[in-house]
Design a protein around this ligand. Structure first.
Ligand code: MN
Length: 232
């Protein structure tokens, strides 16, 4: 069989301990999953069910361990925000799984930054329009090397922090998630069938803020890894 145009190569991420890579299928993101961030965005952090939005796989920028990737400052915004997040890399299909079963479907974990055109998102919220272009633009999903769960286990606590040009902006702990990773996977798997290669960004702690051209973003999650990129 031939395609009428060139079929795309999947975006992919390096994997710790091997030269093989993790192919990215889809990127799902959880909104407001840390109480202090929900509050800073003007919402009640009560345990309402998690909600999800997406970024295209083509938005992923691989940020390999030990290097500083380059991310282009997007068009159509004057308020690009960083959101440091634990990325979950799905290894096997998961449909309507329970939280007890959910972690069996995880291949590994990484460190991601959910880059957001905050001004465009604020306009979309006010006009009750979708978030797609405020969240899913080119290079909006820098993600680190993936650490296999077979090496690091399934982190449920640990410092999650990000600095811009050396100044700490966000500093939280995975144990502050309103919905933990198993619960997020379970909830999402009741809405859609998770497939191998899917990535879930699991929300961000308080302290989101702007990143400007020329600044360097360095994030880390204890027990998972680090991410570094410069905004060009
Ligand atoms: Mn986010």
């Amino acid at each position: 069989m031939a395609y009428v145009i060139d079929a795309p190569e999947p975006r992919s991420l390096p994997v710790a301990g091997t030269s093989d890579r993790f192919p990215v299928r889809r990127v799902y993101c959880v909104g407001r999953n840390y109480a202090d961030h929900a509050r800073e965005m003007g919402h009640d952090p009560d345990r309402e069910p998690p909600f999800f939005f997406m970024k295209p796989a083509e938005a992923v920028v691989a940020c390999p361990d030990g290097s500083t990737a380059v991310v282009a400052y997007p068009t159509q915004t004057a308020n690009l925000h960083h959101e440091i997040e634990l990325a979950v890399a799905i290894g096997t299909s998961a449909a309507a799984v329970t939280p007890d079963e959910a972690l069996n479907h995880v291949y590994g974990y990484g460190v991601a930054v959910d880059l957001t055109r905050r001004d465009m998102q604020d306009d979309a919220k006010a006009l009750r329009r979708p978030w797609d272009l405020s969240k899913g633009f080119d290079e909006s999903a820098p993600i680190s090397t993936i650490a296999p769960a077979s090496d690091i286990g399934h982190p449920s606590e640990g410092r999650i922090t990000v600095a811009v040009d050396g100044t700490t902006r966000q500093d939280g702990d995975l144990n502050q998630q309103i919905w933990n990773v198993a619960e997020v996977i379970s909830a999402l798997s009741h809405a859609i069938t998770l497939l191998p290669g899917d990535i879930i960004l699991t929300g961000t702690p308080a302290g989101v803020g702007p990143v400007e051209r020329g600044e360097t973003v360095i994030g880390s999650i204890a027990g998972v890894g680090t991410i570094a990129f410069r905004v060009a």
